[in-house]
Write a protein that binds this ligand. Structure first.
Ligand SMILES: [Cu+2]
Length: 162
C-alpha cells in the first residue's frame, strides 16, 4: 500500500508548481529552483495588474529562479543599485523566459522595463552569510511613483521575513 504522507506530498508539490509559487529540487543539479511568472493580472487577485507572481521570494544561497513569460509584453531585469556586492545582474528580452542563479546572499531588486512605472517590480531575498550588507543601499534606491509605492509594500513584507 502506498504511503499516504508520500502521496499527499507529491500532490502538494505539483499543485504549487502549477501556480508558480512553489519550488522543486532539480534532480540534475540538486539546486532549489523557484518560479516567478510575469503576468498581466494576478490569477489569485485579478484586480492586481502587471505583476510578478510571487513578487517576493526568500531563497537559500545557490538557488535558481526561473522567470516564466506565459502572457503579455513583460521582461525581467535587475534594478540598478539593488544587487548584493559582487552579484551579477540580469536582463532578459520582452516575452522571454529565463533562469538566474543566485549565489551571493543579499537583496535583489528587479523590474519589468515596460511596466516599472506602474509598479511591476519584485524582490528576492537570498539567505546566507552577509545577506544584510546591501539592505540599506537597496532601500535607498529611488523609483517612479507607482513603483515607489510598491517598494514600500515589498520592504514592509520583507521585514517580516527577516
Ligand atoms: Cu511588465
Amino acid at each position: 500500500m502506498q504511503n499516504r504522507r508520500q502521496a499527499l506530498g507529491t500532490i502538494g508539490t505539483i499543485g504549487l508548481g502549477a501556480f508558480g509559487v512553489g519550488f522543486a529540487v532539480n534532480p540534475l543539479t540538486a539546486r532549489n529552483v523557484f518560479e516567478v511568472a510575469m503576468r498581466n493580472a494576478d490569477p489569485a487577485a485579478p484586480s492586481r495588474r502587471m505583476v510578478f507572481t510571487p513578487d517576493l521570494l526568500k531563497v537559500p544561497a545557490g538557488s535558481q529562479v526561473r522567470f516564466e513569460a506565459p502572457e503579455g509584453a513583460h521582461n525581467t531585469q535587475s534594478t540598478t543599485g539593488m544587487l548584493p556586492n559582487g552579484a551579477e545582474g540580469w536582463r532578459f528580452g520582452i516575452r522571454k523566459s529565463g533562469t538566474i542563479t543566485l549565489s551571493q546572499p543579499g537583496f535583489y531588486g528587479y523590474h519589468c522595463l515596460p511596466h516599472r512605472s506602474v509598479g511591476m517590480v519584485g524582490l528576492i531575498i537570498v539567505e546566507g552569510s552577509g545577506m544584510m550588507e546591501n539592505l540599506q543601499a537597496a532601500k535607498a534606491v529611488k523609483h517612479p511613483a507607482k513603483a515607489a509605492q510598491k517598494w514600500a509594500n515589498l520592504w514592509e513584507r520583507a521585514e517580516k521575513l527577516l
